[in-house]
Design a protein around this ligand. Structure first.
Ligand code: ADP
Ligand code: ZN
Ligand code: ZN
Length: 735
């Protein structure tokens, strides 16, 4: 029997911790690899996961402590999961203990059972004797509870709720006297009903059939497929077909979507098609909901496990297929906390470990993904036309320099809206800026409301009567007069709130809906807006990025993009890619039904080569041009990047730390370049100064070899200063 167990604990230390097996191993208590254990850690007791075993330890034998308790009879993380997490910790250079902790729902990190349990209450022998003696005399509720437990031979908490109403207080009193006892019993293994197909779905188009056949030929082994289909080309139908076949084979599917907002619709389509339990995991769940969904996935009850980013870590026994919908979406990259992983890339890695196919679906695949196709690593499954009768929308640019513009809307745009409304079409108006106006200006002295803590202006939120910073969350009342000179102030520029107001005055009597983060605050808000559009109650929808995602409004015939120019000139080499994706995605909302769609893009730079290639040749043409540019500049995917970012109370400290970190590299190995450090484009955010150091290499292995050696040294630096830093491997946003 192995002498030592190596345990991953939720600490920032990049190592495992050695423990002895628990004192009583005879009772089958020897923990499995991947099981949770409770261990002593300094003065604390922590819950960790056993990652491996060994025969010796670097810790002297006298100092090794035994595990206190084994929490799981079976692993909560199976071998494939542990391999994936270990790989991720290594690849993203993050402490393994934190990576593993992050893969488990909070309730499990705090010791909740991995399987569903029932709280059961029983009378003890002492209780039986007391009851026979007519006790407890002066407490009728306690007496009732006790006799009920005796008569029924024990009852679940749910049954007691039903039969007695409030009984907890009585139970506490009886428990104290040892007359009753409670236990958490694993519920009988939840029965998983055989999945059934509710509906057959439409006859597939030839391209859809091809795609389904191709992926099915990959069942049982790893292949990455790129399902590249314009919006409305029937990608979801392909997922449904594939999952249908899988379910018949008793397998399960894992489906990733970029946003919580997209889960209800997709789930709805799955439910229409399949009668099978599904588990949904996303960030808006309560701990209890998340635990319940995780358990459904873990026990195998759920046949489809669907969710955002972190669902890539969900347990899925008998996994047969992974789908990543809208694979290009930046939301798949985790930005918060220290563990910056790409759920899309991990999904591909998971599929590889699990020997199952993965389908990456998008109308606008990421340039990296298209590069992987070109290099023969991913198989390309194109769906070049729309399913059903829908025609591709017509795109046109509106030159803002040559037409009259009122409150952000050019005359041709207004006329087009009028025309489409008259033709009974619905209209989407896209502007990537929420609030009323991005600037509050004093017309007398030129004062502009600044954020105290950021290099940014405060956004006017007129309806709320507030000035808000969209970077740090600062929030202040909207002043009526200039705090500097006392003269009147006025909002300058457009946000969605103001566009809504402008449209309301231009089109009186037309019902207008808005969709942005200010409107969608509570559960159900989004569904409400979607419903108003779907039922035709609202005729115009104004919104941010949120309207570009997934919603299918068949009656929308016109999409107006108010300002394409923010993405054209940016320090981030990925900005053009994101702009092209946004335009194509939002354009895809037009003409999804029988009526043809029209897309108008307002710009001050109609001759910009990016816009030109996008309009003339579509996303594919744009992607070719953009990849050529990346290749010439040796940006990813033609090189590998990692970014070290930091923040500090002063600009000097932020730059100083990264300068010292760079100094530690003395002479970087051949093929590895360090670029910077430089202050971030918006250096001051939330009162701290941000800076960035880039590490670039043509080869991933060299980049990683360098990071492996260098990071532990950088970590040593940190202890002396008030600097926060993090590493981002394959960053997708450069600040
Ligand atoms: P995507 O996911 O690519 O946007 P969907 O799968 O949602 O596309 O399909 C778009 C619309 O076309 C949906 O209303 C869908 O029901 C319909 N559709 C998909 N495939 C077919 C088909 N083979 N025949 C008829 N209608 C289809
Ligand atoms: Zn002033
Ligand atoms: Zn701010």
């Amino acid at each position: 029997m192995p002498q030592v167990l190596r345990v991953a604990l939720d600490t920032p230390l990049r190592r495992l911790f050695d423990y002895l097996p628990p004192a009583s191993t005879e009772a089958g208590e020897f923990p499995a690899i991947g099981a949770r254990v409770r261990v002593p850690f300094g003065r604390q007791r922590l819950i960790g996961v056993v990652l491996s075993t060994g025969d010796d330890s670097e810790v002297p034998p006298g100092k090794l402590k035994p595990i206190l308790e084994v929490l799981d009879p079976k692993p909560v993380l199976d071998r494939a999961a542990l391999e994936l997490l270990t790989w991720a910790a290594q690849y993203y250079q993050h402490p393994i203990g934190e990576v593993i902790a992050g893969a488990l729902p909070r309730a499990l990190r705090f010791g909740a059972p991995a399987r569903e349990v029932e709280e059961r209450w029983l009378a003890t022998d002492a209780g039986a004797m007391a009851s026979a003696a007519g006790e407890p005399r002066r407490a009728p509720r306690q007496r009732a509870l006790l006799s009920l437990l005796l008569e029924s031979g024990g009852a679940t908490a749910a049954a007691l709720d039903e039969q007695l109403g409030s009984w907890r207080e009585a139970a506490r009193a009886l428990l104290k006297r040892g007359l009753i006892a409670s236990a958490e019993i694993e519920t009988a293994s939840p029965v998983s009903p055989e999945p059934r197909l509710r509906a057959a779905g439409p006859a597939l188009l030839p391209e859809q059939s091809e795609a389904v056949k191709a992926v099915m030929s990959g069942f049982g082994r790893f292949v990455a497929y790129v399902l590249h289909g314009v919006t409305g080309s029937g990608k979801t139908e392909v997922y449904l077909r594939l999952i249908g076949h899988l379910l018949e084979q008793g397998k399960r599917a894992l489906v990733l979507v970029p946003e919580i907002g997209l889960t209800p619709q997709l789930l709805e389509r799955f439910r229409e098609r399949f009668d099978a339990p599904m588990a949904v995991l996303h960030s808006a769940l309560t701990d209890a909901e998340r635990l319940a969904a995780w358990r459904d996935a873990y026990s195998g009850r759920a046949r489809v496990v669907l969710g955002t980013r972190s669902v890539v870590f969900a347990p899925v026994p008998h996994l047969g297929l992974i789908v990543v919908d809208e694979e290009h979406d930046a939301s798949f990259k985790q930005h918060e906390g220290g563990f910056h992983y790409s759920a899309r890339d991990l999904a591909v890695m998971r599929a590889r470990h699990a020997a199952v196919p993965v389908v990456l679906g998008s109308a606008t695949p990421a340039l990296e993904t298209l590069h992987n196709v070109a290099a023969g690593r991913y198989a390309h499954l194109p769906l070049p036309r729309r399913a059903g009768e829908a025609q591709p929308p017509r795109l046109a640019l509106l030159d803002l320099r040559t037409s009259a513009v009122r409150q952000g809307l050019s005359t041709p745009a207004v006329l087009a809206i009028e025309r489409h409304l008259a033709g009974d079409g619905q209209v989407l108006v896209f502007l990537n800026r929420r609030g009323y106006a991005p600037t509050l200006l004093c017309t007398a002295c030129g004062w502009i409301a600044p954020c105290r803590d950021c290099d940014a202006r405060l956004t006017v939120h007129l309806a709320a009567g507030r000035l808000r910073c969209h970077h740090c969350g600062a929030d202040a009342p909207l002043p009526e007069r200039c705090p500097q000179c006392g003269f009147a102030v006025k909002p300058v520029g457009q946000g969605t709130e103001r566009i809504e107001e402008t449209l309301a005055s231009l089109f009186p009597g037309v019902s207008i809906a808005r969709l942005d983060r200010d409107v969608v605050r509570r559960r159900g808000d989004l569904e409400d807006v979607v419903r108003r559009m779907a039922t035709g109650e609202a005729h115009i929808l104004v919104g941010t990025q949120m309207i570009t995602k997934g919603h299918d409004f068949p009656n929308v015939t016109l999409v107006v993009v108010l300002n394409a120019d923010q993405g054209l000139f940016s320090t981030d080499f990925r900005a053009p890619e994101r702009l092209a994706q946004t335009i194509v995605q939002v354009a895809g909302r037009a003409g999804r039904g029988a009526k043809p769609g029209e897309v108008l893009i307002q710009t001050e730079f109609p001759e910009h080569p990016l816009l030109a290639s996008l309009l003339a040749e579509g996303y594919e043409g744009f992607a070719r041009a953009a990849l050529k540019e990346r290749s010439q500049a040796a940006w990813p995917p033609f090189s590998r990047l990692a970014a070290v970012r930091d923040s500090a109370p002063t600009p000097e400290a932020a730059l100083g730390f990264l300068t010292d970190a760079r100094g530690l590299a003395r002479r970087p190995p051949r093929g590895v370049r360090l670029l910077g450090p430089v202050p971030a484009a918006m250096a001051k955010r939330a009162g701290r100064y941000h800076a960035q150091l880039l590490i670039e290499s043509p080869e991933r292995s060299r980049l990683h070899a360098f990071l492996d050696a260098w990071l532990p040294e950088v970590e040593q630096l940190r202890s002396a200063r008030r600097v926060r830093w993090s590493l981002d491997v394959d960053p997708i946003e450069l600040f």
